[in-house]
Design a protein around this ligand. Structure first.
Ligand SMILES: [Zn+2]
Length: 210
């Protein structure tokens, strides 16, 4: 039996007899920060006891999409930020998919990362983190979200985009050390720019605008 099946089996047998399966569907409007385009998604959730799974479908029907967009105020949109596609994030994604036994997309560069000379080291690092996370709980850690949390446990987050900084891994032949505050150079620059802009918008500039 695969690890995933075993986990699901445990999950089902661990549910309380009084737990009822609650199914919910809601329509959400999603937009990327700094962009005009709004997408309509149908979000489904199933909850059994304390465990919850959710998935979303993009609404592609023009009439339905148009109707939702016209009737929803922009202030109700869920606003997301485009995440940087850099080595740290690719490595994290590749390790999570590998541990969760999910095969990456064909054109995925992350899978190739695990084959590199650093890949062997990083895979062992990830296995160790997951093993430790499993030893801390009796709950089966099998979902992608569980594994993501296990790998990020104890890691600092990038100051700018909140990507877990995988201290102890190796990227391009170099160690990722614990003191690192950003996942990559663009994040560091963006954060500095924002900080500079915030100090320039100090009390004086507010008065000047009035
Ligand atoms: Zn970042």
């Amino acid at each position: 039996m695969s690890a995933l099946r075993r986990g699901l089996h445990k999950w089902h047998t661990a549910c309380q007899r009084t737990d009822r399966l609650v199914e919910r569907t809601e329509v959400v409007v999603v937009r990327l920060r700094g962009q005009q385009r709004r997408d309509v998604w149908r979000r489904h959730t199933r909850q059994l006891g304390t465990r919850r799974v959710g998935w979303s479908e993009l609404v592609t029907d023009g009439d339905e999409r148009g109707h939702v967009i016209r009737t929803r105020a922009r202030t109700e949109d869920r606003v997301y930020r485009a995440l940087p596609a850099n080595a740290m994030r690719r490595l994290g994604d590749a390790l999570v998919l590998w541990l969760a036994d999910v095969s990456p997309a064909q054109d995925d560069q992350g899978g190739a990362m695990l084959e590199s000379p650093d890949g062997r080291h990083n895979r062992r690092w990830a296995e160790r983190k997951l093993r430790r996370a499993r030893s801390r709980t009796t709950r089966p850690l099998v979902t992608v979200a569980d594994i993501y949390r296990a790998l990020g446990h104890g890691c600092r987050l990038c100051h700018d985009c909140h990507t877990p900084i995988l201290a102890g891994c190796r990227i391009d032949g170099r160690w990722v050390n614990r003191a690192r505050a950003f996942c990559g150079a663009p994040c560091k620059m963006r954060w500095r720019r924002r900080k500079r802009a915030a100090t320039q918008r100090g009390p004086e500039s507010i008065h000047a605008n009035q």
